[in-house]
Ligand binder design. Sequence first.
Ligand SMILES: Nc1ncnc2c1ncn2[C@@H]1O[C@H](COP(=O)(O)OP(=O)(O)OP(=O)(O)O)[C@@H](O)[C@H]1O
Ligand SMILES: O=C(O)[C@@H](O)C(=O)CO
Length: 442
Amino acid sequence: MLGVIADDVTGAGDVALALRESGLRTVLYFGVPGADVAPPGEHEAVVVALKSRMARPDSAVEESLAALRRLREHGVRQVYFKFCSTFDSTAKGNIGPVLDALADALDVPTVLLTPSSPRHGRTQYEGHLFVNGVPLAESPMRDHPLTPMRDSSLPRLLRAQTERHVGLVRWDTVRAGTEAVRAAIADALGRGDRYLLADALTEDDLRTLGRAAADAPLTAGAAGLAAGLAHAVADEAPDADEDGDPLDCWPAAVLCGSCSARTLEQLDALRALGRPVHRLDPVAEPDPAALAGRALDWYDALPPAAPLGAPVFHSSVPPSHLHAIQQALGVERAATVLEEATGRIAVGLVARGVRRVIAAGGETSGAVVAALGVRGGWIGRAAAPGVPWIRPTSGTPAALLLKSGNFGGPDFLAAASAPPPAATPPRDHSAAPHGRHLGARR
Ligand SMILES: Nc1ncnc2c1ncn2[C@@H]1O[C@H](COP(=O)(O)OP(=O)(O)OP(=O)(O)O)[C@@H](O)[C@H]1O
Ligand SMILES: O=C(O)[C@@H](O)C(=O)CO
């Protein structure tokens, strides 16, 4: 049994999908499940989604250790710590402190890790992280609202977060194969390196690393190495994706809190289609309840059953605008106001009949999941690489699509919230199956 501790909600969906696609039946929990929570069915992997990426380091450590205890009670013998493929963190953490705590709790001398995730365009070479071929510090991640990434050297980034020795497994070693990587791990142990950042440019490299770490009690990274590990330990072929899912016919709404370049492009595509779009402005209204109330009033005032498509709520703005808002309110307060408001909007929308909630941004998705009271879910089909539909096992009748800020092509949000191709708009409001402003109509 493989257990994953993921530091945010969209990352948890990403890694759960990677495990499922590699042949492991996978259950996802939001938050550490209580001892009374029975798994919903047979599975070989468990993912616990925390919201620890932006937490204070001591809380992130505490939450991660609580997840570890629960996973071990659950029969997990291998643990994977999932962090972001763009290494989202600050000099205080939380990747270093959580790794230190997990390695101590499991008594592991050396941990192999890499953020490489080629299917998302992330690669590690000579210890440097590249995003679609561009060094991390020159990618749009340099303007991230909470974790601006201004250095591309992974050893330097990690050394700032831990006192333990950090080493590298270079690409030529990875290309030389599993035995060469195992030998590199043994050498590192001799040198006292506690963390080994492994270069990886392709899925093949990640499978080599997965085989080399197949018996390791602790490994870490993004979804790429988790998939490499799953390939090494899975003994069944992956399940075929089930088709004919009725999801496309359900009323949808889009909630964006990510300010990533990709999410901004996806919002432009929604605007170009003439979708109804409402912007959340935390400076004009810093009270989250009132901000959400205004948004839901806007939704309620949309013309009934107008053929507008799924409504879009967002706070996503380009970097210069973002800085102005953060200066006015403070970084944390702006984020808290928006996350709380977005959670309240999600609850209001589901109460009004929305049955597909599509959220963009990890912190934003975490707020939506918490507000809806979702504790767990099954991983369904992929809407894009790394973005599965999630069918909650508690808390809400709505299906969830929780998108990492940078994931999906420019038309992803439009496609995910589109009505089915053959849909005929209902003539009047009473003809609609749920809600009034349906992304999908029968
Ligand atoms: N207009 C805004 N002003 C200030 N903060 C904002 C604004 N819009 C969003 N935010 C905050 O920025 C943060 C964005 O983080 P989030 O994790 O949701 O997106 P992301 O980092 O792009 O996605 P991911 O973590 O999946 O890569 C959230 O806390 C959100 O509330
Ligand atoms: O690894 C990634 O990039 C994503 O799964 C993620 O964690 C974004 O929040």
